[in-house]
Design a protein around this ligand. Structure first.
Ligand code: NAP
Ligand code: G4F
Length: 338
């Protein structure tokens, strides 16, 4: 089996590629050309599989339709996992057009799939952000979408296009509506990793405080490793469909902060301050998912609990901070955090 993974250098890109390679897949992934190295997450896979058929990397960008078209023709994958996106909600308010182009890129990719002679299955990384989170309710595949950011609107466009290509052309188009999922590989500007990074550094006396935005926002946070298995299960089901993946628990940012600091015996109130610069022009206040459909039909289950997730992230970031501390003491690193 051959899989094409766009956004392979991201958090989910790493976990999904590892999962697929372990299942015997040949994985083909797109990376963006950057002036610095941007493959740190997948470096362990590159080190292990470079030069073998198991891992193949190509420069591409979701806004370059010709490169994607060429890749689909060249690779002729059995499955495409479209993970690439400017995925930061706050950034999408600053870069709305760029963020939205990823949605058009998805449409171009769907065109390539439609024009291919091969029956290619297509997974779209849809998001719980599309719901808008204005009401305190459990959200499933039938809940209404009410996007609150350019990011959410662009995801909803791609989601709808994917459904339209499924219904109009009979393509195997799957939408995975995933609630927040995190890991020690989460981008450092998302709130969970920002917190775990800070806790590691504060514990090691190389950071003094942590500035956050809205502590009252509530999210349904799971572990990314569990969610990529769900993506694959959706693609193995006999019919293409829309599926929610979530834990069924929601927690505030403040609860995340509290557990993270407590796990290393610190009182968060001594270190955390709020700053309006981290507030968004429009906030998604409350997200809670209902993944009954995926759990009953796909037999998917989230395995890592909220507390385990927080502790796992803090533990890994304490190790990173210990290394940074050594470099600072040897004058090999000159940086201060908050
Ligand atoms: P991530 O860590 O931000 O990774 C995004 C990936 O997309 C990176 O490889 C990035 O490349 C790449 N990318 C960004 N813009 C691109 C472009 N124009 N062309 C090609 N590649 C581009 O995100 P993630 O957490 O792994 O999430 C994967 C997908 O699921 C995203 O589409 C995200 O929106 C969606 N999603 C995530 C969650 C979540 O909680 N994690 C929940 C629901 C949906 P660089 O490494 O070079 O930046
Ligand atoms: O960690 P966040 O930036 O994630 P957000 O906005 O929920 O988006 C993530 O999950 C979506 C799924 O629902 C994905 F589609 C999307 O790609 C991304 O992965 O923020 C979580 C909450 C927000 O309410 C935010 O306002 O935390 C709040 N927050 C409070 N202080 C902060 C901060 N968020 C960030 N990034 N930084 C802060 O300092």
């Amino acid at each position: 089996m051959k899989a094409l993974v766009t956004g392979i250098t991201g958090q989910d890109g790493y976990y999904l590629s590892k999962f697929l390679i372990d299942k015997g897949y040949e994985v083909h992934g797109t990376i963006r050309r950057a002036s610095t190295f941007n493959t740190s997450r997948i470096d362990p896979l590159i080190a292990k599989y470079e030069g073998t058929k198991k891992l193949n990397l190509y420069y591409s960008d979701l806004i370059d339709s010709s490169s994607l078209n060429q890749l689909v023709s060249l690779i002729e994958p059995d499955e495409i996992y479209n993970l690439a996106a400017q995925s930061h909600v706050a950034v999408s308010f600053k870069n709305p057009a760029y963020t939205s182009q990823a949605a058009l890129g998805t449409l171009n990719l769907l065109e390539s799939v439609k024009n291919s002679k091969k029956n290619i299955k297509f997974y779209q990384a849809s998001s719980s952000e599309m719901y808008g989170g204005a009401k305190k309710e459990k959200l499933d595949e039938n809940s209404l979408f009410d996007p609150k950011s350019p990011y959410a609107a662009s995801k909803l466009f791609a989601h709808n296009m994917n459904k339209i290509y499924r219904e109009s052309y009979g393509l195997f188009c799957v939408n995975g509506i995933l609630f927040n999922h995190e890991s020690p590989l989460r981008g450092e500007t998302f709130v969970t990793r920002k917190i775990s990074r800070a806790v590691g550094r504060i514990k090691n006396n190389i950071q003094k405080s942590l500035l956050l935005g809205n502590l009252d926002a509530s999210r349904d946070w799971g572990f990314a490793g569990d969610y990529v298995e769900g993506m694959w299960l959706m693609m193995q089901h006999k019919d293409p469909d829309d599926w929610v993946l979530s834990t069924g628990e929601t927690h505030t940012v403040e609860e995340f902060v509290n557990i993270a600091f407590s796990s290393v015996d610190l009182d968060w109130k001594e270190y955390v301050e709020t700053d309006d610069k981290f507030l968004r022009p429009n906030e998604v206040n409350y997200l809670l998912g209902d993944s009954t459909k995926a759990q009953s039909i796909l037999k998917w289950k989230p395995k890592v609990s909220f507390k385990q997730l927080v502790e796992m992230m803090v533990e890994e970031d304490c190790k990173l901070a210990e290394q940074e501390k050594i470099l600072i003491e040897k004058n090999l690193l000159d940086i201060t955090w908050n």
